[in-house]
Unconditional design. Sequence first.
Length: 120
Amino acid sequence: MTVLLIVIGAALGAPLRYLTDRAVQARHDSPFPWGTLTVNVAGSLLLGAVAEIPSSPAVSALVGTGFCGALTTWSTLSYETLRLSREGARFHALANVSVSLVAGLGAAALGYVLARAVTG
């Protein structure tokens, strides 16, 4: 049952990642991967909240592992950073890693704090 919940969450998260990435990136005329940053930060915020909210293992599997796992993407962050570096956009590559790590960790912490405040 747990694997099925993960699959369902991933089936929702992966297309949302793709559509969000394309929509955000289309609004920016920049080599910086704004779409990937957006989905990674949003997923980190949600995962931070899921980590704090008391929930069943089923909800954690569906939302945390499945949905957030498919919504966020370390591999795309790595690929885009490498691509930027190879294209000579080293500042953008360094900014991509730095901003992604700081914003992702900050978003996860914020999600955790907000969930704690709501569930008190």
